[in-house]
Write a protein that binds this ligand. Sequence first.
Ligand SMILES: [Fe+2]
Length: 166
Amino acid sequence: MNKVLKSLAQQCREILGDRPGPDGREKIAELLQVLLSDPANVDALVPESTGERDMLYRDPELGFCILAHKYKGERTSPPHDHGPSWAIYAQARGETIMHDYDKIKDASADKPGKVKVSRTYSLKPGIVHVYNEGDLHSPTRVGPTSLVRVEGTDMSQIERLRYELA
Ligand SMILES: [Fe+2]
């Protein structure tokens, strides 16, 4: 683990240990914003060798994860939340167009829920956004992008509900 990652993990631990709710996540967002304003930190957290989803750190006690993502081309994800968890998106390089959604109809295990767009905005390098439990969103990338994300739990282990536009 490099110094930048080690320090980020340690600070996340301290913040979430004291304030596991939305205000602690905003604190981490502020921290990431400062961190990513230095290109050397961007290179340390999302080096050229980064894949589409690299788990950088998983906290053994609190369960939060720090991930690095590097996408090469165009891509739009479907509307989603992070199930029982939350996620912080920190744009490192390139641009992500983010859509937020209002839920029109709940999803169930076998039937997608319905949503409608409530807001569209751009995440540019250094912009960090917190998505709390149940916040529905979907990123669109039109070119190469890199981001750092902090998630409340390892979402690869959790089955997600599907949502589609109403
Ligand atoms: Fe997400």
